[in-house]
Write a protein that binds this ligand. Structure first.
Ligand SMILES: C[S@@+](CC[C@H](N)C(=O)[O-])C[C@H]1O[C@@H](n2cnc3c(N)ncnc32)[C@H](O)[C@@H]1O
Length: 185
């Protein structure tokens, strides 16, 4: 998928995809959006000390990177699995300014997240392992269970095939059951 590097309003990068006229993130702030939706509203609500995260759409690796930062700050062990059909070219991914925008010392970890081969699992830091699977979510057969799901597809208008009931109803029902068990609304 051809993409162009763009700045968002909080200073962090995103990628713009001309073919579908859509960015990977909110133009108001990629880091701000990812923190709010995935870290604050999802990851931090899971009270386990060892957490299995599933992401649909690895893309720029921003969600994975913010999860790594949170894993280091909270000292929780996180096993992160991410599915991606169209991996971003490594040379483009290494231009992304997330480690600098988040003001961390984890540039090496961010680069490792992008440079290790697809379909392998690597221990990126003491607290975060990452498995990147190059596959099509709409065809993928899940065999594992997860505590937290980051569903980060393009919009339903641009990619309706990702948002069909048959793909989302089972994970949704399972999440509802998990929320009940964890006493979350
Ligand atoms: C809105 S972007 C978000 C990406 C990423 N989470 C990030 O922060 O950069 C959507 C992602 O879903 C990926 N994608 C699109 N169709 C897919 C499919 N059928 N299976 C898996 N990933 C897909 C895209 O390539 C893109 O990386």
């Amino acid at each position: 998928m051809q993409s162009e590097l763009r700045f968002t309003e909080d200073g962090s990068h995103t990628l713009f995809v001309p073919a579908i006229d859509e960015c990977y993130h909110s133009t108001h702030g990629a880091v701000q959006e990812s923190r709010h939706i995935f870290i604050e509203a999802a990851l931090k609500r899971c009270k386990k000390t060892e957490i299995r995260v599933l992401e649909i759409g690895f893309g720029t690796g921003l969600n994975a990177f913010l999860t790594l930062v949170e894993a280091e700050q909270s000292a929780k062990k996180i096993h992160y699995t991410s599915l991606e059909k169209y991996p971003v070219a490594v040379d483009n991914a290494l231009l992304l300014n997330y480690p600098e925008e988040v003001k961390t010392d984890f540039r090496d970890a961010f680069e490792l997240m992008h440079t290790f081969p697809w379909n392998e699992k690597v221990q990126i830091t003491d607290n975060l392992s990452l498995e990147k699977i190059e596959t099509d979510f709409t065809q993928y057969q899940f065999t594992e269970m997860y505590d937290v799901v980051y569903f980060d597809a393009f919009s339903p208008e641009k990619q309706p095939e990702m948002w069909t009931e048959v793909l989302l109803i089972v994970p949704r029902a399972w999440c509802a059951e998990q929320c009940k068990q964890l006493d979350l609304k």
